[in-house]
Design a protein around this ligand. Structure first.
Ligand code: ADP
Length: 357
């Protein structure tokens, strides 16, 4: 018996009729078919689920392996990424720990071009600066103790001799004079160190006022002229009358007196020292130039350092501690200015101060 089937295409609504075909051995679908426009019957189709189950389980396996591999790769990636991100942070943390304990010998790896790199660079700069300050402080303390030890040794030695009973009265007076000289030296060293400490702590105030540079120079010139004349050195002043400068006259006087005092100490007779003032585009330039012994090129970069002297042996004769220029430098900086030096051995030295108005 043949079943007449409509030639018009039937709607292919092959619905699966099981609730959960995955648990069944077959997939059963049903499709209605019509004959002459009327619903005539249903076609049931069965398909063994083995192949489909196999395919699904294979696909599941693949998906599982792929997911596992993806997850594993992500974890590895996150691990290395976090390592890469946290490693410099951990190194920096350890570096700052070392710094806080006073160990400034910190070396951080070459910084990258990002924020972490900038932070690392800042920590390295801080460590270098602190290290430099520590070394400078140690050298400074060593120099001070050396400076103090020498006069104290003299004082001790001569006090022992002066105490001897059988000593000539004239000799005793001479030894007592040396003791007095050396104790004055110690006290003036301490005074200068105290001044420098005050400058360092910024516990001094700069009381600026408008000063006529020419008049200011003149008053200093007249004060130091006798000492220059006494040594046979000419002192020449050259400054126009119309220059006004914003300075603390008392502090700035100390600057000029220190520089002129050096010119006097380190120049020979029949030489000339010049004091010059000029102004260009609101910048005042002051120069103190001498024709003295000059400073060797190797010493020039250090002469503003504390307790630095070119000729250590000469200092006892000239009485300097190597603090004068350090004080000058601090005072000029406190005025917002800058001091530079040019010198040639046997020709002379020229200090230039520049102050913007
Ligand atoms: P000091 O008290 O020893 O003069 P300073 O700090 O004033 O200390 O100077 C430091 C060193 O610089 C001096 O010891 C000296 O060797 C050198 N110096 C400074 N000024 C001059 C100068 N005008 N001519 C030659 N040497 C100078």
């Amino acid at each position: 018996m043949s079943i007449p089937i409509s030639t018009t295409p039937l709607p292919r609504k092959g619905k699966i009729i099981q609730d959960d075909w995955k648990k069944e051995q077959y997939i059963a679908t049903v499709t209605a078919f019509n004959k002459k426009g009327k619903k005539f019957g249903y076609i049931y189709m069965f398909k063994n689920t083995d192949d489909v189950q196999k395919l699904i389980s294979q696909l599941n396996k693949h998906i599982f392996v792929a997911s596992f591999l993806i997850l594993f790769s992500i974890l590895i990636f996150i691990f290395f990424l976090s390592k890469a991100l946290t490693k410099p942070l951990i190194t920096m943390k350890e570096a700052t720990k070392k710094l806080s304990k006073g160990d400034f010998s910190v070396t951080l790896p070459k910084p990258s071009n990002d924020e972490l790199g900038e932070l690392s660079h800042s920590i390295q700069t801080l460590a270098n600066d602190l290290n430099y300050l520590k070394q400078e402080r140690n050298e400074f303390l060593a120099s001070i103790s050396h400076e103090l030890r020498t006069p104290l040794t003299y004082i001790n030695g001569y006090a022992d001799i002066a105490r001897r009973k059988n000593l000539d009265e004239q000799d005793r007076v001479q030894y007592l004079d040396i003791i007095q000289e050396e104790s004055q030296r110690v006290s003036s060293l301490l005074k200068e160190l105290f001044n420098l400490a005050k400058l360092d702590q910024n516990t001094f105030s700069i009381n600026k006022e408008k000063v006529n540079l020419s008049n200011f120079f003149r008053s200093i010139y007249e004060r130091v002229l006798p000492a220059f004349k006494n040594k046979g050195i000419d002192l020449v002043l050259d400054c126009p009358n119309n220059i006004f400068i914003d300075i603390d006259p008392i502090r700035f006087e100390q600057v000029l007196i220190n520089l002129l005092d050096n010119s006097l100490k380190y120049s020979n007779e029949t030489s000339t020292t010049f004091i010059k003032g000029s102004e260009l585009n609101g910048v005042v330039q002051i120069t103190i130039k001498d024709q003295g012994i000059g400073i060797p090129p190797a010493d020039l970069p250090h002469i503003f350092d504390r307790l630095y002297r070119v000729d250590k042996s000469r200092s006892r004769a000239t009485g300097g501690f190597g603090l004068g220029l350090a004080i000058v430098n601090q005072l000029v900086e406190a005025h917002g200015g800058e001091i530079t030096v040019k010198s040639q051995v046997g020709e002379g030295t020229c200090f230039t101060i520049i102050i913007k108005q």
